[in-house]
Design a protein around this ligand. Structure first.
Ligand SMILES: [Zn+2]
Length: 270
């Protein structure tokens, strides 16, 4: 309905009123709620930041048609520019050409192809590579963890939730014994990360907050009492949810922690 589809004979199949969305926020919330009720339903994801709306478009099977309709719907209600990432799946690298033509004609969607930077023959500059790598990483996080929600305070405001690497990209790129393809697969792995709000992301990257291999949240020793009190009132979890803690995630934690001093830290009591 939001995309402008007119339903024929709908009363024979569906007995409630169907209403179009008027803004992207309602659409994001409904998709998130639907997904919580059906965790195996890994469909396309919609999110937003302060200056753009992102669509992570699945290109495989029936999802490619959903992605196309979703793009048309979002295009009609968006209040800011839209970025659509064609997510590479199996041997499919992009939506069908008819979909691409339709989306381009809408005028407010920029299309990105996440496989491009794997192909060394194509010239893509470094900032574009980082953008595309980041889109693949976020898509993998969505697939593993669902819609954005800070793992430490449960904040769900999409504009301030980020994908936080466990084994950092700069750590990975220093591993000279790994070939480029292996480094890349670690950098975009959905197991190598969590959703964190900007505050917790910064605290995590500054190693003020650390996570041990059992998923317990630790804070570094030597902080002022008022800072510890602040961390206690803004961090509602003293250990990560079971969903996050699979074997691959623990392995990434161990790689991260090789360079950290967990001896001089203690468990956060919340
Ligand atoms: Zn948080």
């Amino acid at each position: 309905m939001t995309a402008g589809v007119r339903f024929l004979n709908i009363e024979q199949y569906y007995h409630y009123e169907i209403e179009a969305y008027h803004n992207v926020d309602d659409l994001i919330i409904d998709r998130r709620d639907n997904q919580i009720g059906n965790s195996s339903n890994n469909s396309s994801y919609v999110s937003k930041s302060t200056d753009s709306i992102q669509i992570y478009a699945k290109t495989y099977g029936a999802s490619k048609y959903e992605s196309t309709l979703l793009a048309i719907a979002v295009s009609r209600i968006a209040d800011r520019p839209i970025e659509l990432y064609n997510i590479c799946e199996k041997d499919l690298k992009k939506l069908p050409q008819a979909s691409i033509n339709t989306i381009e004609a809408l005028g407010n969607i920029s299309l990105y192809y996440t496989t491009l930077f794997l192909d060394k023959h194509l010239s893509v500059d470094e900032s574009e590579r980082i953008k595309l790598r980041s889109a693949s990483y976020l898509y993998n996080l969505y697939n593993r963890l669902g819609y954005k929600k800070c793992a430490l305070c449960s904040c769900e405001i999409p504009e301030i939730i980020q994908g936080a690497h466990i084994w950092g990209v700069s750590q990975i790129s220093r591993c000279n014994h790994l070939d480029e393809e292996t480094k890349f697969s670690h950098a975009i792995s959905g197991n190598n990360g969590l959703w964190l709000c900007q505050n917790h992301h910064k605290l995590f990257d500054s190693n003020i907050i650390m996570i041990d291999c059992n998923g317990h949240v630790r804070i570094k020793d030597g902080l002022a009492a008022k800072d510890i009190a602040f961390l206690r009132t803004t961090t509602f979890k003293n250990s990560l949810d079971k969903l996050i803690l699979n074997d691959d995630f623990r392995w990434y934690i161990s790689k991260r922690n090789e360079e950290l001093d967990l001896e001089h830290s203690h468990e956060l009591a919340v």
